[in-house]
Design a protein around this ligand. Structure first.
Ligand code: Q0N
Length: 295
């Protein structure tokens, strides 16, 4: 097994890196880095990478009946010991140039578009919806994948069709809505609201649509506590609220333009606890048992 450092890094995100493993596989390595306001903090949150990797693995297993996914193994000889527990070996796909976002509640960029145009991605919504309000039904609101540093651009479904072709666009929309419905149903059983989430897809060597990237993690989905949901206000993030509250507190000394400051130990600890709680609450599993030994 070639050690990780000699592997060619294919892509690097704010908190995850992608390495080649032969011609047909990739290793997605999740760091303990945490980001906010499109920036990365200099202070890691211990075990964040393990929690998000374990959560993706759980959801790939839970939702494999909706459509195939790219996960091959979570452990074993092709996963280096140095990243065991925070890395997934995945099938290399031809990635679609669209981010598939599903919204069950009106927040973030979706709320901003609604306020500005009365619609989101070309989908008209009833007038008078408050921020954080539950939508009459979940909506598919795709965006193009921007280059690193640029903002993704929301597109309407017709544009999505022009990019993917009608059959593939409809398949992506139906799969995304079903994945959201299943994720939201499980989250609701555990007292959480799945406000919105992002999926990424690719096609395999036979042209089949395959679910890729991460799945329903706190980095790719907004989870809110159902108790205390209050339309009309921004809702606390289940996992990042300690960080956000500290950052906007004058005590942090952050001026909104400088690089993010180091996180105080108490904020790191509270945030780590929140990630571990989110994992247990959503999956019913203990992080101590991750990664499970290879079958
Ligand atoms: N997943 C996946 C995947 C795949 N299975 N096959 C080929 N390419 C990709 C891929 C390449 N870039 N991205 C963007 C998201 N990345 C995720 C990891 O971390 C960095 C950012 C996905």
């Amino acid at each position: 097994m070639t050690p990780l450092p000699t592997r060619r890094r294919l892509a690097s995100g704010k908190v995850r890196d992608l390495y080649e493993v032969g011609d047909d596989h990739l290793l997605i390595v999740a760091s303990d880095r945490i980001s906010a306001f499109e920036r990365v903090f200099p202070t890691p949150v211990p075990d964040k990478g393990r929690v998000l990797t374990a959560m993706s693995a759980f959801w790939f297993g839970e939702l494999a009946d909706v459509l195939p996914n790219h996960l091959v193994v979570c452990d074993g000889p092709l996963v280096p010991d140095a990243v065991r527990g925070r890395a997934l070996l995945v099938e290399r796909l031809d990635m679609l140039p669209v981010e598939a976002i599903v919204r069950g509640y009106l927040t973030g960029r979706g709320y901003a578009d609604y306020r500005g145009y009365g619609e989101v991605c070309g989908l008209a919504l009833p007038p008078g919806l408050a921020e954080s309000a539950r939508l009459p039904e979940p909506i598919f609101t795709p965006s193009t994948k921007a280059r690193p540093g640029d903002k993704d651009e929301n597109i309407d479904f017709d544009t999505c069709v022009s990019v993917l072709g009608r059959a593939l666009a409809e398949e992506v929309r139906e799969a995304s809505l079903e994945l959201y419905r299943r994720g939201a149903a499980r989250a609701a059983e555990q007292g959480l609201l799945l406000a919105d989430t992002k999926f990424e897809f690719g096609t395999d060597s036979r042209g089949r649509l395959v679910l890729a990237d991460e799945l329903l993690t706190p980095d790719s989905a907004r989870y809110w506590l159902a108790d205390g949901h209050e339309p009309g206000l921004p809702q606390p993030s289940f996992d990042k609220q300690h960080v956000r509250d500290w950052l906007v507190d004058p005590a942090s000394g952050w001026d909104c333009v400088s690089p993010l400051p180091p996180l105080p130990p108490e904020v790191v600890t509270a945030t780590r606890d929140r990630y571990i709680e989110a994992y247990h609450r959503i999956t019913g599993l203990s992080l101590a048992d991750w990664p499970r030994d290879p079958a």
